[in-house]
Design a protein around this ligand. Structure first.
Ligand code: NDP
Ligand code: GDR
Length: 370
């Protein structure tokens, strides 16, 4: 029976990976941060009472900015595999908190690698580092592969660049089984609410149900290679089961604009959107709505641009080539973009129907849709 340690266990990928590894018979340890309110909603279905005997899912308090904590936990747990998923993962927010982002996403990775080395566990513990397509930044080559040069465009991406090279360096210097997964954007019904896909699916559901008037977005021309998180966590595990430690691109190979994502998401709720105007004057208008109960009039403006969502430096186009993962490890994504959007919309419509019910019976509902 193998033991895994996951940093970022309370995040989107941490939750899916925990489920996946438990399904494979692993004992899974996760590091969660101390917060003033519960932050385990994504993994509550896996939770086991600490008083139970023989638990296979165990949570520990910790933080990537605290080496004492990481060294102690790694020594105590003696993991066969570490998945370093913890990060301040929001690109736009990283412009607001660049130092913290560097500390967590950059130095945090070093702390994990160094803890394993200090404890003399280089031969025993395999390490997965959550690298990102944001490393490519300013377009150098399309599609992007393992050999495309990096040109990071945000404090987040620069911190992840440091983490990427530290992982390569520890592999070469100390013969550690340390690998980068260069993952392109991946989403799901449990994606954080402020990433653009989830912001759109939540808003489309809220607008359809009359809980929200309008969706405000930034750059609609950005293109992303969007996959499903479930497909991507499976590949994280495959990377650590490979014969040799290497770095891998994980992507679907298809790219879509934010604007087209909006159209597809609203279409899942039976609402056809038309775009008019240019630049920050662009708006999204209801062309028709096949659900009379939504009471969305033709011509209603449901989307507008808010310049505050534009980034100081943007990544315009991401599209990955995962041929290496496909040929060497046999990885193929099971979900297409349509499947992903359908699943996200179904889930958000259900969630918002609950909100609508609560509102109808007099409860104050969440009114925060950044
Ligand atoms: P999330 O933002 O959903 O989750 C991030 C996790 O990191 C959360 O559990 C968060 O805890 C935790 N965390 C944040 N700061 C710290 C810290 N200082 N110490 C310890 N833990 C911390 O991200 P995803 O699940 O989407 O992504 C997982 C990883 O993959 C991240 O490293 C991300 O940068 C990277 N990545 C993601 C991609 C994507 O498209 N999703 C693509 C490529 C890379 P809390 O819940 O308390 O906030
Ligand atoms: P990204 O994801 O920056 O690619 O990073 P995000 O969903 O935040 O942005 C994607 C694109 O949409 C544009 N955009 C907006 N984005 C947000 N969040 N909110 C808006 O209102 C909005 N309007 C337009 C953005 O400008 C951008 O071009 C994600 C994170 O998960 C990283 O941790 C991960 O490394 C990369 O994906 C791969």
């Amino acid at each position: 029976m193998k033991t895994a340690l996951i940093t970022g266990v309370t995040g989107q990928d941490g939750a899916y990976l925990s489920e996946f590894l438990l399904g494979k018979g692993y004992i899974v340890h996760g590091i969660k941060r101390r917060t003033s309110q519960f932050n385990t909603e994504r993994i509550d279905h896996l939770y086991q009472d600490p008083h139970e005997q023989n638990r296979n899912f165990i949570l520990h308090y910790g933080d990537l900015t605290d080496s004492t904590n990481l060294i102690r936990l790694i020594q105590q747990i003696q993991p066969d595999e570490i998945y370093n998923l913890g990060a301040m993962s929001h690109v736009q927010v990283s412009f607001e908190i660049p130092e913290y982002t560097g500390n967590t996403d950059g130095l945090g990775t070093l702390r994990i690698l160094e803890a394993v080395r200090l404890l003399g566990m280089e031969k025993q513990t395999r390490i997965y580092q959550a690298s990102t397509s944001e490393l490519y930044g300013k377009v150098q080559e399309v599609p992007q592969t393992e050999t495309t040069p990096f040109y990071p465009r945000s404090p987040y991406a620069v911190a992840k660049l440091y983490a990427y090279w530290m992982t390569v360096n520890y592999r070469e210097a100390y013969n550690m089984f340390a690998c980068n997964g260069i993952l392109f954007n991946h989403e799901s019904p449990i994606r954080g609410e402020t990433f653009v896909t989830r912001k759109i699916t939540r808003a489309a559901a809220r607008i359809a149900l009359g809980l929200q008037e309008k969706l405000y977005l930034g750059n609609l021309d950005a293109r992303r290679d969007w996959g499903h998180a479930k497909d991507y966590v499976r590949m994280m595990w495959m990377i650590l089961q490979a014969e040799e430690p290497e770095d891998w691109v994980i992507a679907t190979g298809k790219t879509t604009t934010v604007r087209d994502f909006v159209k597809m998401a609203f279409a899942e709720a039976g609402i056809k959107i038309r775009f008019e105007g240019v630049g920050i004057e662009e708006v999204g208008i209801v062309e028709n709505c096949s659900f009379p109960e939504y009471q969305l009039a033709e011509g209603k403006e449901v989307l507008a641009i808010d310049p505050k969502y534009f980034r100081p430096t943007e990544v315009d186009l991401l599209v990955g080539n995962a041929e290496k993962a496909n040929k060497k490890l046999g990885w193929i994504p099971e979900y297409g973009l349509n499947d992903l959007i359908r699943e996200m919309m179904e889930s958000d419509l259900l969630l918002m129907q609950k909100e609508q019910y609560l509102k109808d019976v007099g409860y104050k509902v969440l009114n925060y849709f950044e």
